[in-house]
Design a protein. Structure first.
Length: 247
């Protein structure tokens, strides 16, 4: 049994999808959880679900690509919980298009929301974790950051960058017993993949050794493990949760 009572976590983009599932998993282990999202209504709904599990929960509105809002988010969370043991950088977006048609604004937006956000959040949380000489940072990357994907030059570059960031921050913080890892989901059933046609989904599944898309719960279970004392000697790693797509 993983017991995270007395621990506090922040999950960005926790209003729905994979982030919501991660927040629920952490709360089921007894962790206090702050859910931040650009869409505050969804964050509030998730926070209410967490409270029903008997843990402390907080909903925070923040655009994680904005340095001022990120600073405010950490002030609010640290003010409410007093400490922050676990940070999950989950918020992410896609703006797909083939390279030759991709607009510069779509490149910039995806890099800001998926990569700059994690830099800002890691920087903010590093101070308090270094002081505490412990902490877990988990960045939600993607298998496309490892293998590329048609129509996702911006998204795959942001996720590959996130993996590089993970390894550097892991090296810089390892001496303070802070573990920094990435989880790289494959194709997971969420609002993000609901946009795909049935034919595309079937095509995708046929390329996966396990012949099916994953669930948000599959990703959340990996995050729970990395957030727990069971992973105290694991840092700088990329854990793929993808039914065998990348091996
Ligand atoms: N669904 C998949 O197949 C899949 C695969 C690999 C990786 N991922 C990654 O997992 C993470 C979650 O994906 P999901 O499928 O749950 O997506 P989703 O679109 O269902 O949820 C993303 C959440 O992030 C929030 N968000 C978006 N922009 C934000 C911003 N600027 N500031 C704060 N919050 C913001 C959204 O409001 C939403 O609640 C993302 O980083 C995504 O890249 C997803």
């Amino acid at each position: 049994m993983i017991d995270l009572t007395s621990k506090a976590a922040l999950v960005t983009g926790g209003g729905r999808g994979i982030g919501r599932e991660i927040a629920l998993r952490l709360a089921q282990a007894g962790c206090s959880v702050a859910v931040s999202d650009i869409d505050i209504a969804t964050a509030q709904t998730t926070a209410q679900e967490l409270e029903q599990l008997g843990v402390k929960a907080l909903a925070v509105k923040a655009n994680v690509a904005d340095a001022v809002e990120v600073e405010g988010m950490f002030k609010e969370v640290l003010g409410a919980f007093g400490t922050l043991d676990i940070l999950v950088n989950n918020a992410g977006i896609t703006r797909d298009g083939l390279l030759v048609r991709m607009k510069e604004e779509d490149w910039d937006l995806v890099l800001q929301v998926n990569l700059k956000s994690a830099f800002l959040c890691c920087k903010e949380v590093a101070r308090s974790m270094m002081k505490a000489r412990s902490g877990k940072i988990i960045n939600i990357a993607s298998v496309v950051g490892l293998m590329g994907n048609f129509g996702q030059a911006n998204y795959s570059a942001s996720k590959a960058g996130l993996i590089g960031l993970t390894k550097t921050v892991a090296r810089e913080l390892a001496g303070r017993s802070i573990c920094v890892n990435a989880v790289a989901p494959g194709f997971i059933k969420t609002a993000m993949t609901d946009k795909l046609s049935d034919t595309d989904k079937e095509k995708l599944s046929s390329n996966i050794p396990m012949q099916k898309l994953g669930s948000a719960a599959d990703v959340a279970n990996a995050v729970l493990f990395l957030a727990s004392p069971l992973a105290d000697y694991i840092t700088g790693q990329v854990l793929t949760v993808d039914g065998g797509l990348v091996m």
